[in-house]
Design a binder for this molecule. Structure first.
Ligand SMILES: Cc1ncc(COP(=O)(O)OP(=O)(O)O)c(N)n1
Ligand SMILES: Cc1nc(C(=O)O)sc1CCOP(=O)(O)O
Ligand SMILES: [Mg+2]
Length: 201
């Protein structure tokens, strides 16, 4: 499976409506606090928007709702994995991306036979508090050697100036939140990401 090299992560369907039409081909809906009815509405809207723009939607965390809403791809972390029903997810025909932050997590993730592995935080991130130090570029190369041919997603503190290093180290896709959502001009920054990731598309 191939992933687009630009992997946008946002926390609402409104962001998807705003940025996906610019040419984003891979987006994660990552909503951390919302009631079930609200989540369902957001997933439904995100799915419709992504279908309209031929963009691959990945739903973070909420795998039951994603299945119920007919989505095709979920992203889970190691804590999510402890309660997720992988057999059910697979039986529903869904693809699965998994987070990893250290060797033990990588072993656990590989055993689940995911469709991609994410490694983070490559650089310091301001989005959430993390117990892992920044992984650095050499860790990307090591992960690539360990996971290939499964695609590797780099995440954490990425920006256009860091992309070449991340891809040359072995990342197949670069995931981003705040460099775009907190940018003074998210649309212009999205276009910049699309342009800068072109050589790896
Ligand atoms: C592409 C990608 N990589 C890592 C994560 C983090 O997932 P997780 O560890 O479950 O943490 P939360 O995002 O759920 O807070 C991700 N969402 N996407
Ligand atoms: C959601 C998330 N997961 C990470 C991990 O390492 O698993 S880092 C991260 C935050 C990414 O946001 P930004 O691009 O703003 O740094
Ligand atoms: Mg999670």
């Amino acid at each position: 499976m191939r992933l687009d090299p630009f992997y946008l992560i946002v926390d609402s369907a409104a962001w998807i409506e705003r940025l996906v039409p610019l040419g984003v081909k891979l987006v994660q809906l990552r909503i951390k606090t919302m009631d079930e009815a609200g989540l369902r509405t957001e997933i439904r809207k995100a799915k419709a928007l992504c279908a309209q723009h031929q963009c691959q939607l990945i739903v973070n965390d909420h795998w039951r709702l994603a299945i119920e809403e007919g989505c095709a791809f979920v992203h889970l972390g190691q804590e999510d994995l402890q309660t997720a029903d992988l057999a059910w997810i697979r039986a529903a025909g869904m693809r699965l991306g998994l987070s990893t932050h250290d060797h033990v997590e990588l072993e656990t993730a590989m055993a689940a036979r995911p469709d991609y592995i994410a490694l983070g935080p490559v650089y310091p991130t301001i989005l959430k508090k993390m117990k892992w130090a920044p992984q650095g570029l050499e860790r990307i190369s090591e992960w690539k050697r360990r996971v290939a041919p499964i695609p590797l997603v780099a995440i954490g503190g990425l920006n256009p100036g860091r992309l070449v290093d991340a891809f040359e180290a072995g990342a197949d896709s670069a995931a981003v939140v705040t460099d775009i959502t907190l940018n003074v001009d998210p649309e212009a920054r999205t276009r910049e990401w699309i342009e800068k990731t072109k050589p790896w598309r």
